[in-house]
Design a protein around this ligand. Structure first.
Ligand code: C5P
Length: 404
């Protein structure tokens, strides 16, 4: 996400400056270009030399030391930046930003920039909680500036309170989300997409269920890739795997619960991808308390009932939604997949062979064949599920161009 991004990093004078050195290094590690400007007071904590060596570029401090007559540095920096980050942001600089003051290099450049601004306040609790600071922060937020909420914890002053500079990991995560919301060039920006993942669980009693080998890895990988492509993503999953915070996660267990979660969202969707392995049958009469061994006649004769076919139902309901199904088969892969595509009124189907050791269920790899409604055939050789997810979305994006 930060790859090739031009980041103007504005460092102001608080004890957390030393932590920002590491933050800058992670920007660079992630492929960003970084230029640093500091206030005078920031240079009292860490010297510009540290930032200069690590960013491999001159650090701007003084508005009036113009080395190059062809440029006005603070305007150059503010124009150059794809994004401006103020870290740590003192109450003083936040106040100046709120009031549009420009009395040093940092505040002048921040006033001149058209780039999105991301602020990481770090200060003493009383300063942070002072209504003046809170109002200034609110003013910035109202203007679309992103302000990270400080941590509560042990402060440099030697006591606990809110105002602490957060872990760089959280800052990076929030920054990536912020950049994503600002980047209008992402291919799935504006699309609402729902992905189902994992094998459904059909309860027999409170401790037993019928399920299958699906791990949810493929569905989760598609959800992450769709989010990286700028889509608004809902993930309806039975799996315990992680998902990015910005993805709406709906945890379900049975096919019925999955059906309900999808059905109530379907009208608003642009794309539905059913990567879940939905059980075709559920238990007709699940017991409400644990069945005993003595109940063997019941356990041995579990009555099943047919579950709703979610995809087929959505195929009948669909208006303009783009529908994608998966066909996990052990044999006659392509024949069954193409048949399913037509039967369920899909726009695209992903056929994958299961029952093999190194692809399919629970594996990190997969090998698939993608078929479109027009019977176009795209083979994706064995590769990581994350890569399959991207290739699938690329194909969907191509199809969306001529999908009415
Ligand atoms: O017919 P089959 O179960 O093989 O179809 C697989 C596709 O249909 C998958 O995309 C799966 O998520 C979906 N499906 C469904 N509801 C079911 C069974 C399968 O949506 N009850």
């Amino acid at each position: 996400m930060l790859k090739n991004k031009k980041i103007a990093l504005y460092v102001t004078g608080g004890i957390a400056v030393y932590k920002v050195v590491d933050l800058m290094r992670s920007f660079i590690k992630n492929g960003a270009q970084v230029r640093v400007a500091m206030t005078d007071s920031a240079t009292k904590f860490v010297t510009p030399m540290t930032f200069q060596i690590l960013s491999r570029h001159e650090v701007y401090v003084d508005t009036f030391s113009e080395n190059n007559p062809a440029h006005v540095s603070h305007v150059d920096l503010s124009d150059w930046a794809d994004i401006s980050i103020v870290a740590p942001a003192t109450a003083n600089t936040i106040g100046k930003m709120a009031y549009g003051l420009a009395d040093n290099f940092v505040t002048s450049a921040l006033l001149a920039t058209a780039s999105p601004i991301f602020v990481v306040p770090a200060m003493n609790t009383d300063m942070f909680e002072n209504p003046a600071t809170q109002e200034n922060i609110q003013t910035l937020k109202n203007r679309g500036v992103y302000v990270v909420d400080p941590d509560t914890g042990f402060l440099a002053e030697g006591y606990e309170g809110k105002g602490r500079y957060p872990e760089n990991e959280r800052i990076l995560e929030e920054l990536e989300n912020f950049i994503m919301t600002k980047d209008m060039t992402l291919p799935l920006r504006g699309y609402k997409i729902l992905i189902s993942a994992g094998g459904t669980k059909e309860r027999i009693d409170p401790v037993r269920y019928i399920t299958n080998d699906s791990s949810g890895k493929m569905g989760h990988a598609i959800a992450e890739a769709a989010y990286q492509y700028g889509a608004e993503v809902t993930l309806v999953t039975t799996s315990a795997l992680n998902a990015s915070k910005a993805i709406e996660r709906v945890q379900v267990d049975s096919a019925k619960a999955m059906f309900e979660a999808i059905d109530e969202r379907f009208d608003d969707l642009d794309i539905l991808i059913m990567a879940a392995a939905v059980s075709d049958y559920g238990v007709a009469h699940p017991a409400t308390s644990k069945m005993k061994k003595e109940d063997y006649s019941k356990l041995l004769n579990i009555e099943l009932k047919e579950n709703p076919d979610i995809l087929k139902t959505m195929g009948q309901k669909k208006k303009n939604q783009f529908l994608v199904g998966f066909a996990a088969e052990t044999d006659h892969l392509e024949e069954y997949a193409v048949k399913k595509l037509a039967e369920k009124n899909l726009d695209l189907i992903v056929a994958n062979e299961v029952g093999k050791e190194d692809t399919g269920f629970d594996s990190d790899d997969n090998q698939v064949v993608i078929f479109t409604k027009e019977h176009q055939r795209l083979e994706v050789q064995k590769t990581k599920k994350t890569e399959i997810a991207r290739r699938l979305l690329d194909k969907i994006i191509e199809e969306l161009d001529h999908h009415s």
